[in-house]
Design a protein around this ligand. Structure first.
Ligand SMILES: Cc1cc2nc3c(=O)[nH]c(=O)nc-3n(C[C@H](O)[C@H](O)[C@H](O)COP(=O)(O)OP(=O)(O)OC[C@H]3O[C@@H](n4cnc5c(N)ncnc54)[C@H](O)[C@@H]3O)c2cc1C
Length: 374
Protein backbone atom coordinates (compact mmCIF):
# COMPACT_ATOMS: atom_id res chain seq x y z
CA UNK A 1 0.00 0.00 0.00
CA UNK A 2 1.30 3.46 -0.93
CA UNK A 3 0.20 6.71 0.63
CA UNK A 4 0.52 10.05 -1.03
CA UNK A 5 -0.10 13.25 0.84
CA UNK A 6 -1.59 16.17 -1.02
CA UNK A 7 -1.17 19.46 0.78
CA UNK A 8 -3.32 22.43 -0.08
CA UNK A 9 -3.72 25.57 1.97
CA UNK A 10 -3.56 23.79 5.29
CA UNK A 11 -5.75 20.88 4.22
CA UNK A 12 -4.16 17.49 3.70
CA UNK A 13 -5.78 14.90 1.52
CA UNK A 14 -4.43 11.38 1.78
CA UNK A 15 -4.72 9.21 -1.29
CA UNK A 16 -4.22 5.55 -0.59
CA UNK A 17 -3.61 2.86 -3.19
CA UNK A 18 -4.93 -0.47 -2.01
CA UNK A 19 -3.94 -3.91 -3.22
CA UNK A 20 -6.77 -3.96 -5.75
CA UNK A 21 -5.99 -0.50 -6.99
CA UNK A 22 -9.05 0.96 -5.39
CA UNK A 23 -8.90 4.10 -3.43
CA UNK A 24 -10.98 6.77 -1.94
CA UNK A 25 -9.93 10.23 -2.78
CA UNK A 26 -10.69 13.21 -0.72
CA UNK A 27 -10.86 16.33 -2.74
CA UNK A 28 -11.95 19.85 -2.35
CA UNK A 29 -14.33 21.04 -4.98
CA UNK A 30 -14.82 24.35 -6.62
CA UNK A 31 -13.17 26.88 -4.32
CA UNK A 32 -10.20 25.38 -2.51
CA UNK A 33 -11.32 24.41 0.97
CA UNK A 34 -14.39 26.60 1.20
CA UNK A 35 -17.17 24.58 -0.34
CA UNK A 36 -16.70 21.33 1.46
CA UNK A 37 -15.36 17.95 0.51
CA UNK A 38 -16.34 15.40 -2.04
CA UNK A 39 -15.65 11.71 -1.70
CA UNK A 40 -15.60 9.71 -4.89
CA UNK A 41 -14.31 6.38 -6.06
CA UNK A 42 -12.10 5.53 -8.98
CA UNK A 43 -9.71 2.75 -9.68
CA UNK A 44 -6.21 2.30 -11.05
CA UNK A 45 -2.91 3.81 -9.98
CA UNK A 46 -2.35 5.88 -13.12
CA UNK A 47 -5.78 7.46 -12.81
CA UNK A 48 -4.98 8.40 -9.27
CA UNK A 49 -1.84 10.19 -10.35
CA UNK A 50 -4.08 12.06 -12.78
CA UNK A 51 -5.42 13.92 -9.78
CA UNK A 52 -2.46 16.22 -10.22
CA UNK A 53 -2.79 18.62 -13.10
CA UNK A 54 -0.29 21.21 -14.10
CA UNK A 55 -1.44 24.03 -16.37
CA UNK A 56 1.42 25.76 -18.14
CA UNK A 57 0.44 29.38 -18.74
CA UNK A 58 -1.69 31.61 -16.51
CA UNK A 59 -3.47 33.42 -19.33
CA UNK A 60 -7.28 33.59 -19.41
CA UNK A 61 -7.36 30.05 -20.84
CA UNK A 62 -4.98 28.52 -18.30
CA UNK A 63 -7.03 30.07 -15.52
CA UNK A 64 -10.30 28.79 -17.02
CA UNK A 65 -8.77 25.30 -17.30
CA UNK A 66 -7.61 25.38 -13.69
CA UNK A 67 -11.02 26.52 -12.44
CA UNK A 68 -12.93 23.87 -14.38
CA UNK A 69 -10.54 21.09 -13.32
CA UNK A 70 -10.73 22.27 -9.73
CA UNK A 71 -14.52 22.24 -9.93
CA UNK A 72 -14.49 18.50 -10.65
CA UNK A 73 -12.21 17.90 -7.70
CA UNK A 74 -8.76 17.87 -9.23
CA UNK A 75 -5.74 19.52 -7.73
CA UNK A 76 -4.28 22.01 -10.16
CA UNK A 77 -1.15 24.11 -10.11
CA UNK A 78 -0.83 26.88 -12.69
CA UNK A 79 2.70 27.89 -13.67
CA UNK A 80 3.61 31.02 -15.59
CA UNK A 81 6.93 32.36 -16.77
CA UNK A 82 5.72 35.87 -15.96
CA UNK A 83 2.96 37.34 -13.86
CA UNK A 84 -0.71 36.40 -13.83
CA UNK A 85 -2.20 37.04 -17.31
CA UNK A 86 1.27 38.00 -18.43
CA UNK A 87 0.27 38.69 -22.06
CA UNK A 88 -2.50 41.09 -21.06
CA UNK A 89 -0.08 42.82 -18.73
CA UNK A 90 2.23 43.47 -21.69
CA UNK A 91 -0.49 44.80 -24.01
CA UNK A 92 -0.52 48.54 -24.81
CA UNK A 93 -0.93 50.34 -21.51
CA UNK A 94 -4.08 52.24 -22.49
CA UNK A 95 -5.74 49.55 -24.57
CA UNK A 96 -9.47 48.98 -24.57
CA UNK A 97 -10.64 45.46 -25.40
CA UNK A 98 -12.65 44.87 -28.58
CA UNK A 99 -14.84 42.50 -26.66
CA UNK A 100 -17.61 43.35 -24.24
CA UNK A 101 -16.88 42.17 -20.69
CA UNK A 102 -19.33 39.26 -20.45
CA UNK A 103 -17.47 37.52 -23.28
CA UNK A 104 -14.23 37.60 -21.32
CA UNK A 105 -15.73 35.99 -18.22
CA UNK A 106 -14.34 32.77 -16.77
CA UNK A 107 -15.48 30.59 -13.88
CA UNK A 108 -19.01 32.06 -14.02
CA UNK A 109 -17.80 35.23 -12.32
CA UNK A 110 -19.49 38.36 -13.71
CA UNK A 111 -17.25 41.00 -15.23
CA UNK A 112 -18.75 44.47 -15.17
CA UNK A 113 -17.08 47.60 -16.46
CA UNK A 114 -17.71 51.32 -16.33
CA UNK A 115 -17.85 51.66 -20.13
CA UNK A 116 -19.11 49.34 -22.85
CA UNK A 117 -15.68 47.66 -23.30
CA UNK A 118 -13.15 46.83 -20.60
CA UNK A 119 -9.79 48.52 -20.30
CA UNK A 120 -6.59 46.53 -19.82
CA UNK A 121 -6.50 47.63 -16.20
CA UNK A 122 -10.05 46.42 -15.58
CA UNK A 123 -9.21 43.06 -17.16
CA UNK A 124 -6.10 42.67 -15.00
CA UNK A 125 -8.20 43.44 -11.94
CA UNK A 126 -10.90 40.99 -13.02
CA UNK A 127 -8.56 38.04 -13.59
CA UNK A 128 -6.78 38.76 -10.29
CA UNK A 129 -10.10 38.70 -8.45
CA UNK A 130 -11.22 35.50 -10.16
CA UNK A 131 -7.93 33.79 -9.24
CA UNK A 132 -8.36 34.94 -5.67
CA UNK A 133 -11.98 33.80 -5.53
CA UNK A 134 -11.09 30.28 -6.66
CA UNK A 135 -7.92 30.15 -4.53
CA UNK A 136 -5.97 29.11 -7.59
CA UNK A 137 -2.56 27.69 -6.82
CA UNK A 138 -0.42 29.97 -8.98
CA UNK A 139 3.33 29.77 -9.41
CA UNK A 140 4.38 33.01 -11.11
CA UNK A 141 7.79 33.64 -12.65
CA UNK A 142 8.45 29.94 -13.24
CA UNK A 143 9.38 29.20 -16.82
CA UNK A 144 8.63 25.64 -17.90
CA UNK A 145 11.51 24.37 -20.01
CA UNK A 146 10.86 20.65 -20.38
CA UNK A 147 7.99 18.20 -20.05
CA UNK A 148 8.88 14.52 -20.26
CA UNK A 149 7.23 11.27 -19.26
CA UNK A 150 3.96 9.57 -19.99
CA UNK A 151 0.30 9.78 -19.12
CA UNK A 152 -0.04 9.71 -15.34
CA UNK A 153 3.63 10.33 -14.73
CA UNK A 154 5.10 13.49 -16.23
CA UNK A 155 8.21 15.32 -15.03
CA UNK A 156 8.36 19.04 -15.55
CA UNK A 157 11.43 21.23 -15.19
CA UNK A 158 11.01 24.95 -14.72
CA UNK A 159 13.42 27.74 -13.89
CA UNK A 160 12.60 30.58 -11.54
CA UNK A 161 13.57 34.26 -11.72
CA UNK A 162 17.06 33.48 -10.46
CA UNK A 163 17.51 30.74 -13.05
CA UNK A 164 17.28 28.01 -10.41
CA UNK A 165 15.78 24.76 -11.73
CA UNK A 166 12.71 23.19 -10.11
CA UNK A 167 11.39 19.72 -10.83
CA UNK A 168 7.75 18.72 -10.57
CA UNK A 169 5.74 15.56 -11.12
CA UNK A 170 2.21 15.54 -12.40
CA UNK A 171 -0.34 13.16 -13.87
CA UNK A 172 -1.71 15.39 -16.64
CA UNK A 173 -0.48 18.51 -18.34
CA UNK A 174 -2.50 21.33 -19.87
CA UNK A 175 -0.48 23.54 -22.19
CA UNK A 176 -1.94 27.03 -22.62
CA UNK A 177 1.17 29.02 -23.43
CA UNK A 178 -0.38 31.57 -25.82
CA UNK A 179 1.45 33.36 -28.61
CA UNK A 180 2.41 36.83 -27.44
CA UNK A 181 5.99 36.02 -26.38
CA UNK A 182 7.22 35.30 -29.90
CA UNK A 183 6.87 38.06 -32.46
CA UNK A 184 6.84 37.32 -36.19
CA UNK A 185 10.11 38.55 -37.68
CA UNK A 186 10.71 40.75 -40.71
CA UNK A 187 14.06 39.05 -41.37
CA UNK A 188 15.59 42.17 -42.91
CA UNK A 189 18.86 43.99 -42.20
CA UNK A 190 18.57 46.35 -39.22
CA UNK A 191 15.80 44.46 -37.45
CA UNK A 192 18.16 43.87 -34.53
CA UNK A 193 18.59 47.64 -33.89
CA UNK A 194 17.33 48.86 -30.52
CA UNK A 195 15.01 51.35 -32.22
CA UNK A 196 12.95 48.44 -33.58
CA UNK A 197 10.20 46.91 -31.45
CA UNK A 198 7.53 44.32 -32.08
CA UNK A 199 5.46 45.61 -29.17
CA UNK A 200 3.70 48.95 -28.73
CA UNK A 201 3.26 50.17 -25.20
CA UNK A 202 2.35 53.89 -25.14
CA UNK A 203 2.82 57.03 -27.26
CA UNK A 204 4.81 59.38 -25.03
CA UNK A 205 8.38 58.27 -25.94
CA UNK A 206 7.62 58.82 -29.63
CA UNK A 207 6.48 62.45 -29.35
CA UNK A 208 8.02 64.62 -32.09
CA UNK A 209 9.78 61.69 -33.79
CA UNK A 210 9.49 59.85 -37.11
CA UNK A 211 7.86 56.50 -36.48
CA UNK A 212 7.33 53.77 -39.02
CA UNK A 213 4.51 51.36 -38.19
CA UNK A 214 4.58 48.09 -40.14
CA UNK A 215 1.36 46.09 -40.44
CA UNK A 216 -2.24 46.49 -41.50
CA UNK A 217 -4.30 44.83 -38.80
CA UNK A 218 -5.81 46.08 -35.54
CA UNK A 219 -2.57 46.46 -33.55
CA UNK A 220 -0.86 48.46 -36.29
CA UNK A 221 -3.91 50.64 -36.99
CA UNK A 222 -4.50 51.39 -33.30
CA UNK A 223 -0.82 52.17 -32.66
CA UNK A 224 -0.58 54.43 -35.73
CA UNK A 225 -3.65 56.40 -34.63
CA UNK A 226 -2.51 56.66 -31.01
CA UNK A 227 0.98 57.81 -32.04
CA UNK A 228 -0.39 60.44 -34.43
CA UNK A 229 -2.81 61.72 -31.78
CA UNK A 230 0.10 62.15 -29.38
CA UNK A 231 2.42 64.11 -31.62
CA UNK A 232 4.48 61.54 -33.53
CA UNK A 233 5.03 61.77 -37.32
CA UNK A 234 3.66 58.44 -38.47
CA UNK A 235 4.20 56.42 -41.62
CA UNK A 236 2.35 53.14 -42.14
CA UNK A 237 3.69 50.40 -44.40
CA UNK A 238 1.55 47.41 -45.28
CA UNK A 239 2.16 44.63 -47.78
CA UNK A 240 -1.50 44.48 -48.91
CA UNK A 241 -3.54 46.99 -50.92
CA UNK A 242 -5.45 48.38 -47.92
CA UNK A 243 -5.87 47.94 -44.18
CA UNK A 244 -7.08 44.46 -43.37
CA UNK A 245 -10.82 43.80 -43.47
CA UNK A 246 -10.57 42.34 -39.94
CA UNK A 247 -9.79 45.78 -38.54
CA UNK A 248 -12.65 46.64 -36.18
CA UNK A 249 -15.51 48.62 -37.65
CA UNK A 250 -14.92 51.63 -35.39
CA UNK A 251 -11.16 51.74 -36.10
CA UNK A 252 -11.14 51.19 -39.88
CA UNK A 253 -12.81 54.47 -40.96
CA UNK A 254 -10.66 56.36 -38.46
CA UNK A 255 -7.35 55.10 -39.88
CA UNK A 256 -8.58 55.34 -43.48
CA UNK A 257 -9.64 58.95 -43.02
CA UNK A 258 -6.36 59.90 -41.32
CA UNK A 259 -4.53 58.42 -44.31
CA UNK A 260 -6.84 60.13 -46.83
CA UNK A 261 -6.30 63.41 -45.03
CA UNK A 262 -2.51 63.02 -45.16
CA UNK A 263 -2.19 63.01 -41.35
CA UNK A 264 -0.67 59.56 -41.52
CA UNK A 265 1.44 58.74 -44.56
CA UNK A 266 0.76 55.25 -45.88
CA UNK A 267 2.45 52.94 -48.35
CA UNK A 268 0.36 49.94 -49.42
CA UNK A 269 1.52 46.97 -51.49
CA UNK A 270 4.86 47.83 -49.92
CA UNK A 271 7.45 46.25 -47.65
CA UNK A 272 10.42 47.44 -45.64
CA UNK A 273 13.70 46.40 -47.22
CA UNK A 274 16.22 47.71 -44.74
CA UNK A 275 16.38 49.60 -41.43
CA UNK A 276 19.26 51.95 -40.68
CA UNK A 277 20.05 54.08 -37.65
CA UNK A 278 18.37 57.22 -39.07
CA UNK A 279 16.45 55.85 -42.04
CA UNK A 280 14.41 53.03 -43.54
CA UNK A 281 14.20 51.83 -47.12
CA UNK A 282 10.71 50.89 -48.29
CA UNK A 283 9.94 48.93 -51.43
CA UNK A 284 6.88 50.55 -52.99
CA UNK A 285 5.09 49.83 -56.29
CA UNK A 286 6.98 52.89 -57.65
CA UNK A 287 10.34 51.56 -56.53
CA UNK A 288 12.41 51.82 -53.35
CA UNK A 289 12.23 55.01 -51.28
CA UNK A 290 14.37 56.15 -48.36
CA UNK A 291 12.58 57.73 -45.38
CA UNK A 292 13.96 59.56 -42.37
CA UNK A 293 13.24 57.43 -39.33
CA UNK A 294 13.72 57.34 -35.55
CA UNK A 295 11.69 54.30 -34.51
CA UNK A 296 10.15 51.23 -36.12
CA UNK A 297 7.16 49.36 -34.70
CA UNK A 298 6.83 46.06 -36.54
CA UNK A 299 3.33 45.01 -35.51
CA UNK A 300 3.02 42.01 -37.81
CA UNK A 301 1.77 39.42 -35.37
CA UNK A 302 2.99 36.73 -33.02
CA UNK A 303 3.14 32.95 -33.00
CA UNK A 304 3.08 30.11 -30.47
CA UNK A 305 6.32 28.49 -29.33
CA UNK A 306 6.27 25.60 -31.79
CA UNK A 307 9.62 24.22 -30.59
CA UNK A 308 8.31 23.96 -27.04
CA UNK A 309 5.22 22.06 -28.22
CA UNK A 310 7.33 19.74 -30.39
CA UNK A 311 9.72 19.11 -27.50
CA UNK A 312 6.84 17.45 -25.65
CA UNK A 313 6.15 15.20 -28.62
CA UNK A 314 3.14 17.18 -29.82
CA UNK A 315 2.82 16.91 -33.58
CA UNK A 316 2.04 20.07 -35.54
CA UNK A 317 0.32 20.31 -38.90
CA UNK A 318 2.52 21.14 -41.90
CA UNK A 319 1.10 24.45 -43.05
CA UNK A 320 -0.48 26.11 -40.04
CA UNK A 321 1.39 24.37 -37.22
CA UNK A 322 -1.84 23.36 -35.48
CA UNK A 323 -1.21 20.85 -32.71
CA UNK A 324 -2.66 17.43 -33.42
CA UNK A 325 -5.45 17.02 -30.87
CA UNK A 326 -8.93 15.65 -30.38
CA UNK A 327 -11.18 18.61 -31.21
CA UNK A 328 -13.59 17.75 -28.40
CA UNK A 329 -11.33 16.75 -25.51
CA UNK A 330 -8.32 18.80 -26.70
CA UNK A 331 -6.04 15.94 -25.66
CA UNK A 332 -3.04 16.04 -27.98
CA UNK A 333 -1.41 13.11 -29.75
CA UNK A 334 0.60 12.71 -26.51
CA UNK A 335 -1.82 10.99 -24.10
CA UNK A 336 -2.26 13.06 -20.95
CA UNK A 337 -1.10 16.31 -22.55
CA UNK A 338 -3.91 18.74 -23.41
CA UNK A 339 -3.63 21.91 -25.48
CA UNK A 340 -5.80 24.96 -24.82
CA UNK A 341 -6.33 28.54 -25.88
CA UNK A 342 -4.87 30.29 -28.86
CA UNK A 343 -2.14 27.66 -29.45
CA UNK A 344 -4.85 25.28 -30.70
CA UNK A 345 -5.11 27.47 -33.83
CA UNK A 346 -1.39 27.24 -34.64
CA UNK A 347 -0.35 30.16 -36.82
CA UNK A 348 -4.01 31.25 -37.32
CA UNK A 349 -3.98 33.22 -34.10
CA UNK A 350 -7.03 35.26 -35.11
CA UNK A 351 -9.27 32.17 -34.87
CA UNK A 352 -9.05 31.69 -31.12
CA UNK A 353 -9.04 34.50 -28.60
CA UNK A 354 -10.33 34.93 -25.07
CA UNK A 355 -13.96 34.91 -26.20
CA UNK A 356 -13.84 31.31 -27.43
CA UNK A 357 -10.63 29.93 -25.83
CA UNK A 358 -12.16 30.36 -22.37
CA UNK A 359 -14.44 27.36 -23.09
CA UNK A 360 -11.49 25.00 -23.53
CA UNK A 361 -11.30 24.55 -19.76
CA UNK A 362 -14.72 22.94 -19.68
CA UNK A 363 -13.93 20.68 -22.65
CA UNK A 364 -10.78 19.40 -20.94
CA UNK A 365 -12.45 19.03 -17.55
CA UNK A 366 -15.28 16.99 -19.11
CA UNK A 367 -12.72 14.61 -20.63
CA UNK A 368 -10.78 14.29 -17.37
CA UNK A 369 -14.00 13.60 -15.50
CA UNK A 370 -15.00 10.92 -17.97
CA UNK A 371 -11.57 9.27 -17.73
CA UNK A 372 -11.55 9.31 -13.95
CA UNK A 373 -14.97 7.72 -13.76
CA UNK A 374 -14.51 5.04 -16.40
C1 LIG B 1 -3.55 44.09 -28.31
C2 LIG B 1 -4.44 42.90 -28.22
C3 LIG B 1 -5.80 43.05 -27.97
C4 LIG B 1 -6.63 41.95 -27.85
N1 LIG B 1 -7.96 42.13 -27.60
C5 LIG B 1 -8.77 41.06 -27.47
C6 LIG B 1 -10.18 41.22 -27.22
O1 LIG B 1 -10.69 42.33 -27.14
N2 LIG B 1 -10.93 40.10 -27.05
C7 LIG B 1 -10.39 38.84 -27.12
O2 LIG B 1 -11.14 37.87 -26.93
N3 LIG B 1 -9.08 38.65 -27.38
C8 LIG B 1 -8.27 39.73 -27.56
N4 LIG B 1 -6.93 39.55 -27.86
C9 LIG B 1 -6.41 38.18 -28.01
C10 LIG B 1 -6.24 37.53 -26.65
O3 LIG B 1 -5.59 38.37 -25.75
C11 LIG B 1 -5.49 36.20 -26.76
O4 LIG B 1 -6.13 35.41 -27.72
C12 LIG B 1 -5.53 35.48 -25.40
O5 LIG B 1 -4.73 36.18 -24.47
C13 LIG B 1 -5.07 34.07 -25.54
O6 LIG B 1 -5.21 33.49 -24.28
P1 LIG B 1 -4.27 32.27 -23.85
O7 LIG B 1 -4.60 32.02 -22.42
O8 LIG B 1 -4.40 31.19 -24.84
O9 LIG B 1 -2.79 32.84 -24.00
P2 LIG B 1 -2.07 34.04 -23.23
O10 LIG B 1 -3.04 35.02 -22.70
O11 LIG B 1 -1.03 34.54 -24.17
O12 LIG B 1 -1.40 33.32 -22.00
C14 LIG B 1 -0.30 32.45 -22.15
C15 LIG B 1 0.54 32.49 -20.88
O13 LIG B 1 1.52 31.46 -20.93
C16 LIG B 1 2.72 31.93 -20.37
N5 LIG B 1 3.79 31.09 -20.87
C17 LIG B 1 4.23 30.96 -22.15
N6 LIG B 1 5.20 30.04 -22.24
C18 LIG B 1 5.41 29.56 -20.98
C19 LIG B 1 6.29 28.59 -20.43
N7 LIG B 1 7.13 27.87 -21.19
N8 LIG B 1 6.26 28.37 -19.08
C20 LIG B 1 5.39 29.06 -18.30
N9 LIG B 1 4.53 29.97 -18.80
C21 LIG B 1 4.52 30.22 -20.11
C22 LIG B 1 2.77 33.39 -20.79
O14 LIG B 1 3.60 34.14 -19.93
C23 LIG B 1 1.29 33.80 -20.69
O15 LIG B 1 0.94 34.35 -19.44
C24 LIG B 1 -6.09 40.65 -27.99
C25 LIG B 1 -4.73 40.49 -28.26
C26 LIG B 1 -3.91 41.59 -28.39
C27 LIG B 1 -2.45 41.37 -28.70
Amino acid sequence: MVSLSLRRRGTDAIVTYGPRHRFIRQVEISRGGNTGELYSRCSGKSRCKGLHIRAIGAGPTGLACAIEAQKIGLKVIVVDKGCLVNSLFHYPANMVFFTTPELLEIGDIPFTTAQQKPTREEALEYYRKVSEYYHLDLRQYEWVKTVVGEDGNFSITATDRAGRPHDYHTGKVIVSTGYYDLANQLTIPGEELSKVSHYYREPHPYYGTDVLVIGGKNSAAIAALDLWRHGARVTLVHRDAQVHHHVKYWIKPDIENRIKNGDIEAYFNSSVQEIGIDHVVVNTPRGPIRLKNDFVLALIGYHPDYDFLRSMGIELSDQQCRPVCDPVSLESNVPGVYVAGVIVAGSRTNEIFIENGRFHGKQIADDLKRKLRS
